[in-house]
Design a protein around this ligand. Structure first.
Ligand code: MN
Ligand code: MN
Length: 279
């Protein structure tokens, strides 16, 4: 574990914490724009620009039990990275704490789901359902497929999809709502989520799910994306069932700063929402 920088308002005590943040500086399978391994620290830096008080939830993040473990080691092989993600999430979940992973590319999610085994909500422009991509089974373009092998494709839903390969159309994918669906009628998504998340659910946010106007610093940007406010709808629908969170695919090399700020605020709003529900 490394990184001297800590997420804003994180306490210095692991044992009494409820939310454990860690970075996964991994971008070895990136297909277009690299730099995702630099994101964890940029998100941490951005977190210092915000008030600790969430007006939305009415919660002050100071003393709300955030602990920042720092970053995992850098790995070249996906398998090595996934093994380390699994063991860190295993430790956090076994200690009854809530894991928050700062990616890194989207492939990191598989390591967490291997441990939590809950249903998964993806925010993503892509279905990520290829069997392999550029010869790599653990590519960021295959993460939903790998996760489906663990928990079944009926236990996955993606929101914001607008880029799917002919191969994926042919073999079929997980259930998804396109960004066009969301734009037309958000209520359908909210209703679906409420019935989908009957027990526990993990939220995996690939930042290319949002429109490039909101999140320009991502590896594979796609126009016609989601408004980040969708996260509030997700929280209102399934916020009391969340068992883990990750934020992936951000690359500071292409960011004007806004993507990292959005990520930092999103971590704060999710924690605030959960803290409010806890009380
Ligand atoms: Mn994507
Ligand atoms: Mn993805």
């Amino acid at each position: 574990m490394s990184s001297l920088l800590k997420f804003c308002d994180s306490s210095d005590n692991y044992d009494s914490s409820r939310y454990v943040i860690f970075g996964v500086p991994f971008d070895a399978t990136v297909s277009f724009r690299p730099g995702e391994k630099l994101a964890p620290n940029e998100i941490r830096k951005a977190s210092y620009n915000m008030e600790s008080y969430s007006l939305y939830s009415g919660v002050d993040l100071k003393n709300s039990g955030i602990y920042d473990l720092g970053d995992l080691d850098e790995h070249k092989r996906s398998e090595d990275m996934l093994e380390e993600v699994f063991s860190v999430v295993d430790k956090i979940v076994s200690d009854n704490k809530f894991p928050i992973m700062l990616g890194g590319e989207h492939s990191i999610t598989y390591g967490a789901i291997k441990r939590v085994r809950s249903k998964v909500i993806f925010i993503d422009a892509h279905s990520d359902f290829r069997d392999s991509y550029l010869g790599e089974k653990y590519s960021h373009a295959c993460v939903a497929r790998r996760v489906s092998e663990l928990i079944g494709r009926d236990n996955i839903v993606s929101i914001g999809v607008r880029s799917v390969s002919p191969e994926e159309i042919e073999i079929g994918t997980q259930r998804f709502f396109t960004s066009f669906d969301v734009n037309e009628d958000k209520n359908e998504v909210k209703e679906f989520l409420r019935s989908f998340a009957d027990s526990s659910v993990y939220l995996s946010i690939d930042f290319d799910g949002f429109d490039p106007a909101f999140a320009p610093g991502v590896g594979t940007p796609e126009p016609f994306g989601l408004n980040p406010m969708i996260i509030m709808d997700v929280l209102r629908s399934v916020g009391d069932k969340l068992v883990g969170l990750d934020l992936t695919e951000i690359t500071p090399l292409y960011d004007n700063g806004n993507t990292a700020i959005l990520a930092a605020r999103m971590v704060q709003e999710v924690v605030s929402f959960m803290e409010k529900n806890r009380k």
